[in-house]
Design a protein around this ligand. Structure first.
Ligand SMILES: [Zn+2]
Length: 254
């Protein structure tokens, strides 16, 4: 069931509709938010995390620095999807992709393709940052042209994407709800982009665990904290707000 937002903040839900041969329509988020407020739009493309927005509403009420807004936008058909044909094209361009790699790639979308789409929605809606949540895993191209895949979260500048792939299973193992798990991934990526915090290789049960082994995510989901080293990278005036957001996700129950 999708809960419809009722509080005032969420009354500003932005809608972005793009359809062929029809002008895209958008509604800008009207906000009386102060200048130091970070306004973050969240699009659930196909992850079906309906309860996520109820949780983000609680996060918004817990502090006044990070405001999350639901943004509605359809998943453009075929955007970023890997198919056997797309993989064949990569191979034709000299990229080495193993059979195992190909099987995994078919479960990914290419973030590079979403970037301009997200950027355009972000400026039309008028938020500081935009996060797209999708069901498949995330692939992206490095500066040297190398393709990377199977990611939970990828962000560049003001646009980010989060993947809900297998997240329901990981959430159950960590005794968390699905929406709390999506929310943790969103916040980790938002703060990573905003404060330039890098994900670390060691698995410390921290928001910024890199999770080379994808199931390592469960230890981060169990705790939903930033370890002291990562927390120290959050600027002083922001830290208490970050902690309040995390506390809401940790304490959240349906
Ligand atoms: Zn850390």
């Amino acid at each position: 069931m999708i809960t419809r937002p009722t509080n005032l903040l969420f009354a500003n839900t932005a809608t972005f509709t793009s359809a062929p041969k029809r002008r895209a329509t958008t509604r800008r988020i009207r906000s009386t938010a102060a200048a130091d407020v970070h306004r973050i739009g969240v699009i659930d493309y196909d992850a079906k995390a309906g309860l996520l927005f109820g949780l983000l509403q609680k996060v918004n009420r817990s502090q006044e620095r990070y405001m999350f807004y639901p943004v509605e936008a359809p998943l453009p058909t075929g955007l970023g999807r890997f198919s056997a044909e797309v993989v064949a094209e990569y191979r034709a361009r000299g990229r080495r992709i193993t059979e195992e790699g190909e099987a995994e790639l078919l479960e990914n979308v290419l973030v590079d393709d979403f970037q301009p789409h997200l950027s355009s929605i972000r400026s039309k809606v008028g938020v500081d940052m935009i996060v797209g949540v999708v069901a498949p895993m995330l692939a992206w191209t490095e500066a040297d042209g190398r393709l990377r895949w199977n990611f939970f979260a990828v962000g560049e500048g003001s646009e980010a994407m989060v993947s809900a792939y297998h997240l329901r299973e990981f959430a159950i193992q960590a005794k968390r709800t699905f929406e709390a798990s999506v929310a943790m991934l969103i916040m980790a990526q938002v703060w990573s982009s905003m404060f330039d915090i890098e994900y670390h290789d060691e698995c410390r049960g921290c928001l910024f665990d890199y999770c080379e082994n994808r199931s390592d995510l469960t230890s981060a989901l169990r705790r939903i904290i930033m370890d002291p080293e990562c927390l120290a990278k959050v600027p002083n005036g922001e830290r208490e707000h970050v902690e309040k957001c995390l506390a809401v996700i940790r304490e959240y129950k349906r």
